[in-house]
Design a protein around this ligand. Structure first.
Ligand SMILES: [Zn+2]
Length: 272
């Protein structure tokens, strides 16, 4: 049995990129610390706000909502609401259960039937509803709810894959969803900032966290061929060169910093 590097308890995970074996409790601490750091970087939580949690029923949204709910349990000035796009599939069902378990007020919008019809015929083809379309609907829902920001369940693998593809295609503007996050002073007027609290946590660890905490989630896997291939290649490369996904995330964050000409970075208060 391998022991935790920080205490005598048995390890539940080995992090190749950090060289650490961690037990359940130190693994949880590590995940929570990364989420707190990411949230602090957004500069959004210095004051009260209404945060919309985009829940698709996947492991990411379940873990994100669970941790955010815990983290802000004592912040009465932070109001949480769940956003669910109902496609009548297992994802939406899991999202409803997860939001109920957390006692979150949920705003639910049904996806247009015309889009859903395509899916049944071509299953397991890629999701006919694009990410951009979904985000537009989510943003609409968030606006109706009077939300100041939207949090999604995207993890390190999701973000690193997007950066990887954008570099391969020479399309750095394609990174706009990631970009919006880190520099609050750059949010365009009328735009609702989208944040990714799990962007520093590898997908494998998000899954482990969801399983260890018995969270309700559905298997999603609705990606196009390009994303699937890029994700697999990136994972293969990362296992031989641990930390590659973090390097891609850092390159995104550097772009953010370069884009921001003002140095007045906002510092938010510590959580709790
Ligand atoms: Zn430990």
């Amino acid at each position: 049995m391998t022991r935790c590097c920080k205490c005598p308890m048995p390890a539940v995970i080995y992090q190749k990129y950090s060289g650490m074996h961690l037990c359940q409790s130190h693994f949880d601490d590590d995940v929570h610390r990364k989420v707190r750091e990411t949230l602090r970087q957004t500069g959004l939580f210095a004051h009260g706000l209404r945060l919309a949690l985009a829940m698709d029923g996947g492991k990411g949204s379940a873990v994100m909502a669970n941790i955010i709910k815990d983290l802000f349990a004592r912040r009465r000035d932070i109001d949480l609401v769940a956003l669910i796009l109902d496609d009548h599939g297992p994802g939406a069902k899991a999202a409803r259960i997860a939001s109920q378990q957390l006692g979150l007020r949920a705003s639910i919008d049904a996806l247009p039937v015309s889009l859903l019809n395509d899916r049944e015929a071509s299953d397991p083809a890629p999701d006919p509803i694009s990410f951009a379309q979904k985000m537009r609907m989510m943003t609409g829902l968030a606006r109706e709810m009077g939300a100041d920001a939207i949090a999604t369940g995207h993890d390190l693998d999701d973000v690193a894959t997007d950066v990887f593809i954008s570099y391969l295609e020479g399309d750095l503007d394609g990174l706009q969803y990631g970009r919006r996050e880190t520099r609050p002073d750059r949010y365009e007027e009328g735009m609702i900032p989208i944040i990714q609290p799990l962007r520093r946590i590898p997908g494998k660890e998000v899954r482990l966290y969801a399983l260890q905490h018995g969270l309700c989630f559905a298997e999603m896997g609705m990606e196009d061929e390009l994303h699937r291939e890029a994700r697999q290649e990136l994972c293969r490369f990362d296992s031989r060169h641990p930390g590659t996904k973090y390097s891609l995330l850092r390159s995104l964050e550097k772009l953010d910093l370069e884009k921001s000409d003002r140095s007045g970075s906002q510092r938010s208060k510590a959580f709790k």
